[in-house]
Design a protein. Structure first.
Lengths: 111, 137
């Protein structure tokens, strides 16, 4: 009888905890792009102003990975298919002529 | 004698009157001066107004890169294909990632922040930003 009771308690505990775990799993990372409107290095938070004018307040800690992308000159032949790129072009007649191409290099392991 | 003088005066007056009337007639018969011809200045044909074409920015993945025909196709996230030609003037840059600190970020800098909502707080997982190219780069 005692075993049955303990089993029931365990089962109840699992049932009670599982939604919380599921909810935690549900928290998908959100990506936001904008300008840094505020950066408080003492209180460890920043405000990002999106293009739409939305203000997103985000806290950061030691685990927050900060990456700076440094532009380096390259040739078109250095580019590879499938690479993420940002292009700037102008319409000239029925053609689009490229002004600039920026390709984001992937971080190697350890970076 | 007196009558002779007066006759001469009258004759002179008549002659004068006849002469002056002839001069007036001649003046009236003279054709009027033609109006000065004003040459219309022919302005050179107006140049068509130079339309400044705004540069368009697009992001995506390189779907095709033809180094012989000098063009590429960019596939945007929305699935749109953008074909664009590159020339010798096209500036090509690769953005090399480097680890940084939060204190390196400047206000007003464009950044991509990835965060997770925990309770009523957003916790940043990563912050990416592009450093400005120094001169010559």
């Amino acid at each position: 009888m005692a075993k049955l009771l303990s089993c029931g308690i365990v089962l109840l505990a699992v049932v009670a905890v599982s939604p919380a775990v599921a909810q935690e799993k549900k928290a998908k990372p959100v990506k936001v792009t904008g300008d840094v409107g505020l950066l408080d290095l003492e209180k460890n938070y920043m405000i990002v102003v999106t293009k739409e004018g939305k203000l997103v307040t985000v806290d950061f800690d030691q685990k927050t990975k900060v990456t700076k992308y440094v532009p380096q000159g390259a040739k078109v032949s250095d580019l590879g298919l499938g690479q993420a790129a940002t292009i700037t072009y102008r319409k000239e007649g029925d053609k689009s002529v490229l002004d600039a191409i920026e390709v984001k290099m992937k971080a190697t392991k350890g970076e | 004698m007196k009558s002779l003088l007066s006759f001469t005066v009258v004759a002179l007056l008549i002659t004068l009157a006849a002469l002056s009337s002839c001069a007036l007639q001649e003046e009236a018969a003279r054709p009027a001066k033609p109006a000065p011809v004003v040459e219309a200045k022919v302005s050179p044909p107006a140049k068509p107004p130079e339309v400044k074409v705004k540069p368009v920015k697009a992001s995506g993945d390189l779907g095709l890169l033809d180094l012989e025909k000098n063009y590429l196709i960019l596939v945007t996230k929305e699935g749109k294909l953008i074909t664009a030609d590159f020339t010798g003037k096209t500036k090509v840059q690769r953005l090399v990632p480097q680890p940084a600190k939060m204190s390196d970020i400047n206000l007003g800098q464009s950044a991509i922040v990835t965060y997770v909502a925990k309770g009523n707080k957003n916790i940043a997982q990563s912050v990416e930003y592009t450093a400005k190219a120094t001169k010559g780069e």
